[in-house]
Write a protein that binds this ligand. Structure first.
Ligand code: SAM
Length: 200
């Protein structure tokens, strides 16, 4: 199986955990609203790659039953401090839950999965969702995989490339939107926001 984690990327988050957690990132409100409106009230949400935990905090505030996780023990610890609850360390490749969650939220984290491993990771996400479950993920758009100036790996998909990574079966719908924005590197960035609904 191709490697699903990038050691240099995880080293960056380990070494920069304090600065990264303190960067004052606000929750992704408009996409949290769209995601939340597709979920049952109080539904169970798994957050992957939660970073400092601001999106889990917003989902808890909206009344969902949230399980925040991150693959970096250092960032999981920062999120646990913020949220006042345990935040398990979970690498994407270790997700083994089956039909357990109403929703899975993966903001700006699956963009670090090497391209050849991404379909298998998305397959794990699909398996972990209940029938009709909702999956949000965002990616930095591009044409070919590469690294940023901090050495972090990015899969940089295009809008055309991404549906193949989700696979031809098991989804009722996949909606991809492109929006201009930025990131920790403060560079202008086109983001791809993907909202996918599992077959009922
Ligand atoms: N979702 C958060 C946010 O929007 O602020 C954090 C985004 S940050 C760009 C990427 C996150 O993915 C980091 O917290 C990092 O530790 C986590 N991550 C990177 N590789 C991972 C892996 N293989 N498994 C799980 N988490 C990973």
């Amino acid at each position: 199986m191709p490697a699903a984690k990038d050691p240099a990327t995880l080293d960056f988050y380990a070494n920069e955990a304090d600065a990264y957690a303190a960067r004052g990132q606000e929750a992704n409100r408009s996409w949290l609203d769209r995601f939340g409106s597709a979920l049952p009230p109080g539904g169970h949400v798994l957050e992957l790659g939660c970073g400092a935990g601001q999106d889990s905090e917003a989902l808890l505030f909206r009344g969902f039953d949230v399980t925040p996780t991150d693959g970096s023990p250092e960032l999981a610890a920062r999120a646990a401090q913020r949220l006042g609850r345990p935040v398990p360390t979970l690498l994407f490749e270790d997700l083994v839950a089956k039909q357990a969650f109403d929703g899975i939220w993966a903001n700006a984290c699956l963009l670090h999965v090497p391209r050849e491993a991404l379909p298998a990771i998305i397959g794990r996400v699909q398996a972990a969702l209940k029938p009709g479950g909702v999956f949000y993920a965002s990616f930095k758009a591009g044409g070919a995989e590469g690294r940023d100036r901090f050495g972090r790996y990015y899969n940089y998909p295009s809008k055309e490339w991404l549906p193949a990574a989700y696979g031809p079966v098991g989804w009722r719908e996949i909606e991809i939107s492109q929006e201009a924005g930025s990131g920790y590197d403060r560079e202008p960035t086109d983001w791809l926001h993907v909202l996918a609904i599992k077959m009922p």
